[in-house]
Design a protein around this ligand. Structure first.
Ligand code: DCP
Ligand code: MG
Length: 423
C-alpha cells in the first residue's frame, strides 16, 4: 500500500485536546445563544413579524382615532350648573340602592367611581354632591359629537354616548396626519359643547383606545406603528382590551405582568388558559388587531358568548348561565342602541358539535324581560342532560321584520358571535 493511503494514527493527547476544544466551543455557543444570540434573533423576529403584518395589510396606512369624553355625565352637569365646578360630584340617584354613573375628577380622588353604590361613595367622600342624571342632555351632546365626526369621516363606530372609533384613513378633508384630525376634532368639541375630550391615534382600534386613556383629561396621544411594540412591551396587562380583574389575576399567577411577558407566551399556552381570547391576547401583544371600524349602519347583529371552565349539564347551571348571558346581551344592546327582532341561541357541546336556534318576534328585543323567556324557550329544545354544554351564546339580529322568518320562527341562522371578554 502506498504511503499516502496509510491511515495516520492520531496521538491520543491530540484526540483528547480536540474533544475538549469541541466541548468548550459547544458550551460557548450554547451560552451565547441563551444569553444574547437567542435574544438577538428573537428581537429581530419580534420586529419582523408585525412588520410583515403591517405591510401585508397596509395597516401602516390605516389611521384610527378613538375619542372619549372626559368624566362625561359629570362634566355636562358641571357645565350646566357652574356651582358644581371644581367640586366632588357623583351622577346618580341618591337612593338606598342608587349607583354612581360617573364621578367628577375631584370625587375620584376619594376613590369614588362608576358602578359603585352611592352609599359607599358618600362614605368615601363625605362632601360628595349627588346629582340626578339628565340623559336627554347627554344624548344632545352625543349628537353634536357625531355631527363633528361626520365632517371628517362616515366610518364611525360608536361605543357609547361619549366614545367612538373613527377610521380617518380616507378622510373627507384630505388631512394627511391622524394627529392633526384628532387635534381639530378636540378643538371643535370644546368650542361646540364646552367640554373636553381625550383622543388616541394609532393604526388599530386596540392601540387607539389605550392611547385615548393615556393622558386623560384633555389628552392627545399617538402610538405610531414603529413605536407600537415597545409601547406594548411595557404596558401593564390590565390595560389590554379583554383583560378584566379575573383574567389579570390569572395572568399574574402565570407570571404575566406586562405586554412583553404576554408576548413571550406560546399561542398554545394562551389558548389553553384563555380559550378564544388566547389568540386575541397573542395578537394584541404583537400589535396585531385587524378589527375594522364598523359604522352604525353596518352593524347587523349584537351578540355575546361564553365558554365555561367546565362543561355544564344540570338544569340549574344552564339556567344561571343563560340568565347571565341574557344580561350581557341586554347590556350590549343598550350600548349599541341596537334594534333587532330575532333572537339566536348558540350552543356548543362537549364534543364541539354546534347548533343554533332562532326565533323572530314582531317587536324590538331590548329588555331582559323580553329576551329571557324567549331564550328559555329556545333552550327548551336543546337536549343537554346527556350532552354537556361547553359554550353558550345569544345574539339579536334582524333590524327590519322579515315575514319569511316570522312565518317560520325556528330557523338555523348564521350569526357572527363575539366572544365575551371581561371589561
Ligand atoms: N357610565 C354609566 N355607568 C357606568 C360607566 C359609565 O352610566 N358603569 C356613563 C357615565 C359616564 C359615561 O357613561 O360619564 C361615559 O363612560 P366613561 O367610561 O367614558 O367614563 P367618563 O367619561 O365618565 O370618564 P372618563 O374621563 O374616564 O372617560
Ligand atoms: Mg369618557
Amino acid at each position: 500500500m502506498p504511503d499516502h493511503f496509510r491511515k495516520e494514527k492520531i496521538n491520543p493527547c491530540v484526540k483528547i485536546t480536540l474533544c475538549l476544544w469541541l466541548c468548550l466551543s459547544i458550551s460557548i455557543i450554547k451560552f451565547l445563544w441563551n444569553k444574547s444570540l437567542k435574544l438577538f434573533f428573537l428581537s429581530i423576529q419580534r420586529k419582523i413579524v408585525p412588520l410583515c403584518h403591517y405591510l401585508n395589510n397596509n395597516s401602516r396606512e390605516v389611521k384610527i382615532i378613538h375619542v372619549d369624553m372626559d368624566q362625561f355625565f359629570a362634566a355636562v352637569e358641571q357645565r350646566d350648573n357652574p356651582e358644581l365646578k371644581g367640586k366632588p360630584i357623583a351622577v346618580g340617584h341618591d337612593a338606598e340602592r342608587g349607583v354612581v354613573s360617573t364621578a367628577s375628577y375631584e370625587a375620584r380622588r376619594f376613590g369614588v367611581h362608576s358602578a359603585q353604590s352611592i352609599q359607599v361613595a358618600k362614605r368615601l367622600c363625605p362632601h360628595l354632591i349627588i346629582v340626578d342624571p339628565h340623559f336627554q342632555r347627554y344624548k344632545e351632546v352625543s349628537a353634536q359629537l357625531h355631527e363633528i365626526f361626520h365632517d371628517y369621516t362616515d366610518l364611525i363606530e360608536p361605543i357609547s354616548l361619549d366614545e367612538a372609533f373613527l377610521d380617518v384613513t380616507e378622510n373627507k378633508k384630505g388631512i394627511e396626519l391622524g394627529v392633526d384630525i384628532a387635534r381639530e376634532i378636540k378643538q371643535r368639541i370644546r368650542e361646540t359643547t364646552g367640554l373636553t375630550a381625550s383622543a388616541g391615534v394609532s393604526y388599530c382600534k386596540f392601540l387607539a383606545k389605550i392611547a385615548s386613556d393615556w393622558r386623560k383629561p384633555d389628552g392627545l396621544t399617538v402610538i405610531h406603528p414603529d413605536r407600537a411594540l415597545d409601547f406594548i412591551a411595557q404596558l401593564k396587562v390590565e390595560k389590554i382590551w379583554g383583560v378584566g380583574q379575573k383574567t389579570a389575576e390569572k395572568m399574574h399567577r402565570m407570571g404575566i405582568f406586562t405586554g412583553l411577558d404576554l408576548r413571550n407566551m406560546s399561542l398554545t399556552r394562551l389558548t389553553q388558559e384563555f380559550g378564544k381570547m388566547g389568540q386575541v391576547f397573542y395578537d394584541f401583544s404583537r400589535g396585531i388587531d385587524n378589527r375594522p371600524v364598523i359604522s352604525e349602519w353596518e352593524r347587523k347583529s349584537v351578540s355575546c358568548e361564553q365558554t365555561f371552565e367546565s362543561d355544564i349539564s344540570e338544569n340549574s347551571a344552564v339556567n344561571i348561565h343563560l340568565y347571565h348571558t341574557v344580561l350581557e346581551l341586554v347590556r350590549r344592546i343598550e350600548k349599541n342602541d341596537f334594534e333587532g327582532r330575532t333572537l339566536t341561541l348558540k350552543v356548543k357541546f362537549l364534543d364541539f358539535q354546534q347548533i343554533t336556534r332562532s326565533i323572530t318576534v314582531d317587536h324590538i328585543l331590548r329588555t331582559k324581560d323580553e329576551i329571557l323567556p324567549l331564550a328559555k324557550q329556545l333552550m327548551h329544545s336543546v337536549e343537554f342532560h346527556s350532552h354537556p354544554i361547553r359554550l353558550l351564546g345569544l345574539g339579536v339580529s334582524n333590524q327590519k321584520s322579515s315575514t319569511a322568518q316570522e312565518q317560520q320562527p325556528w330557523v338555523e341562522l348564521e350569526l357572527e358571535f363575539e366572544p365575551w371578554p371581561e371589561v
